[in-house]
Design a protein around this ligand. Sequence first.
Ligand code: AQP
Length: 339
Amino acid sequence: MTTHTPRVFSGIKPSGGLTLGNYLGAIKRFVDMQGQGFETIYCVVDLHAITVWQDPKELKDATREVAAGFLASGIDPTQSILFNQSQVSAHAELGWLFNCVARMGWMNRMTQFKDKAGKNAEKVSLGLYAYPSLMAADILLYHATHVPVGEDQKQHVELTRDIAAKFNHDFKAEGFFPMPEPIIDGPATRVMNLRDGSKKMSKSGESDMERINMTDDADTIAKKFKKARTDPDALPDTLEGLKGRPEARNLVDIYAALSEATPEAVIAEYAGAGWGRFKPALADLAVEKLAPISTEMARLMGDKAEIDRILGEGADRADAIAQPILDQAYDITGLLRSR
Ligand code: AQP
């Protein structure tokens, strides 16, 4: 059995402005994993973004803005590898090999595709359907062992394990691809929509009032939390008391994640408080945490050439790990390479 170097891989799509969900469920946790005994590789997954229409005039800046979000939150490009996916062609190439390994039945079970395609399944792109197979390639191209993600991506990491196991088995390449572990921890692995506690907060959700964007200013953040849907009851004195109150639970979880406390501790502090007290406190906390990040993002976006340089250098370093693994995968698959 091969042992693989502890290596973290994760990514974010440049499919719109980053949300508080992306920050708490992903970026903040990516930062926490730096310097913890892993090699850390973080990617702006632009090939995933184009599975739904993206305006070509905006995509490059959206890619830079996600990179700026990573950097401003504390990803250090000398400590981690930071790059955009389309600059390392091995992602698309391994993605194709995995399209030939993944089974239609497996893909048909992916709930994110069902949610995103909805009743429109006949009209969405083939890429949207194949997305989880490309995501498996993103992870396995680096022999990554740990994948920090939000709850919504758990099924895709499980599919990645199935693809790795089938490849290793079918080609008698025991241990070639590792079985990556999804890392889903903390109180904010599924930040919910502020207007509907049954839906997750998304970049591409219909209304801007549903989400906090990482670039929202203090007034906008305060307004969005003030208008966030809740129920009329005050906060209970135990977490149990939030059962059946998804919107209230969501705001408590956001507060906990922002203040690096447990939801239990937040409830202990705010037991009996009404929304008139809790919502402004939450807004102040969110502004305190997000304002320095959005200020730094704006500064970084003022020097696009520097972001491009960082992404290019990261792509060179990523490519140096990915290409030999892709070459081995081609060889294992029996594809002729004569130059
Ligand atoms: N609401 C969320 N709560 C916690 N984590 C979240 N993530 C996304 N939304 C939440 C995590 O962020 C990472 C990057 O996700 P992505 O941008 O690649 O894709 P996504 O999950 O489809 O994100 P969005 O915001 O919903 O984008 P759109 O609307 O464009 O599809 C992942 O780790 C994800 O779990």
